[in-house]
Design a protein around this ligand. Structure first.
Ligand SMILES: Cc1cc2nc3c(=O)[nH]c(=O)nc-3n(C[C@H](O)[C@H](O)[C@H](O)COP(=O)(O)OP(=O)(O)OC[C@H]3O[C@@H](n4cnc5c(N)ncnc54)[C@H](O)[C@@H]3O)c2cc1C
Length: 377
């Protein structure tokens, strides 16, 4: 495998970094802002990206992209997250809600939603998890019952990021209770302001407004809100989950934090201590392992292959990198690492959720074992 970037890609990374350095403060305390202000600043920022063609570069031209190879999207993912990822729900829009609509949308859905996503003027949330359906997503119980030209939706979603500020929800609901549970699920593109939808906050270790529960009580939506054929939502989502698993370049941000931790150690003359060097080096190796694996995923995508297995391997390596950098921060910085906004504190927030968001660490291991080792678990 050969992973050198081309001159064009290197020039793109340089230009992007200069733009981000100019547009965003060095330490962008984005997630401390109240949710509404965060949404406003995020929207203003992504519109600047859109004007430069940097929001959806890998999308086809007819849907607001510039048909760039996935590498450009990967460079964007790395540099954005290293600068604080100030796009809130946009990474979800760009990496897989948009691609799902490209894959399965009607001409009207494509014209309306893809135009808005590629211009950066809409926020979405993802209504998948339920109180009894997380890792076992297909067990979801929210129902959508057809009534003439409408569906009537009832149920409860949980851990929904951005629901408090989103305009649309990419919702999974059960349209058939018979047969295999995976075969009775459909996708709906639902305006969050629809009567009968109630959004509540859930307090968490993350920033305020990070999580919500969303209640649906007799919510009526036109049948035209359904994405793709009835009962085929799960397979559409499954083909796109590899994008979710690789959408956030966590290893790149973790490596940046590790640089800061190493600088902190250097300033205290700790780099002569072999135990310190070993801790830093092991954490660096974990970040680089994740980086190489995600490059493999992008390489496979570029060559039109299905990156499913590599994406699982990458995800587990990325979670490990987050955790190892977190441990390094606390081990080396001690009590100083507990101070709010210290490197260790910021890294802790990421590391503690890394193995859960977008499918848990253990479930990725299960998938790898099933495919590579033939395990039935
Ligand atoms: C930062 C963050 C953002 C999120 N955003 C959203 C969002 O926008 N929309 C949304 O729908 N959801 C969201 N989620 C929820 C996330 O998708 C779920 O938390 C995740 O799928 C796990 O489900 P659960 O919480 O129900 O845990 P469970 O499925 O109950 O799992 C609990 C523990 O048991 C383990 N476990 C479960 N089954 C197995 C098994 N078969 N083998 C081995 N171990 C197992 C899991 O690995 C985990 O450690 C988010 C979560 C986080 C942390």
């Amino acid at each position: 495998m050969h992973f050198d970037f081309s001159d064009d890609e290197l020039a793109f990374r340089k230009e992007l970094k200069e733009f981000l350095d100019g547009e965003l403060p060095v330490y962008f305390e984005f997630f401390d802002l109240p949710p509404e202000e965060r949404a406003e600043r995020s929207m203003a920022f992504v519109q600047l990206l859109s004007e430069r063609g940097w929001l959806t570069p890998a999308w086809p031209v007819e849907y607001g992209g510039s048909a760039q190879a996935p590498w450009q999207q990967m460079i964007l993912a790395e540099e954005m997250v290293a600068h604080g990822e100030p796009r809130t729900g946009q990474y979800m829009n760009v990496n897989w809600i948009g691609p799902a609509i490209i894959l399965a949308g009607t001409p009207e859905q494509k014209a309306y939603h893809l135009t808005r996503i590629s211009k950066g003027d809409v926020l979405w949330c993802q209504g998948f998890s339920e109180p009894d359906a997380g890792s076992d997503l297909a067990a979801l119980r929210t129902t959508a019952v057809r009534d003439g030209d409408e569906y009537v939706i009832n149920g409860e979603k949980i851990w929904t990021s951005n629901a408090g500020i989103a305009e649309f929800c990419f919702l999974l609901a059960r349209t058939n209770a018979e047969g295999r549970k995976q075969d009775g699920i459909s996708i709906f593109l639902v305006p969050v302001a629809t009567p009968g939808i109630e959004v509540g906050d859930i307090e968490s270790v993350l920033h305020p407004g990070a999580f919500h529960h969303v209640l649906f009580t007799d919510v009526r939506v036109p049948a035209s809100c359904r994405l793709g054929p009835e009962n085929e939502g799960f397979s559409i989502v499954r083909t796109l989950l590899a994008n979710e698993r690789t959408g956030v370049a966590r290893y790149h941000r973790a490596a940046g934090y590790l640089d800061r931790i190493a600088t902190w150690c250097a300033e205290r003359d700790l780099l002569d201590d072999s135990a310190v060097i070993e801790t830093l080096a092991s954490a660096r190796a974990a970040c680089e392992a994740a980086r190489l694996l995600v490059y493999q995923v992008y390489d496979e995508k570029t060559r039109g292959l299905d990156p499913d297995v590599s994406a699982w391997a990458y995800r587990t390596a990325a979670v490990r990198a987050e955790r190892v950098v977190n441990e390094a921060a606390f081990t080396l910085m001690g009590a100083e690492g507990l101070a709010r906004h210290s490197f260790a504190d910021s890294q802790f927030e990421w590391a503690v959720t890394a193995g859960v968001a977008g499918g848990s660490y253990e479930m990725q291991l299960n998938s790898l074992a099933r495919v590579l080792l033939g395990s039935k678990g």
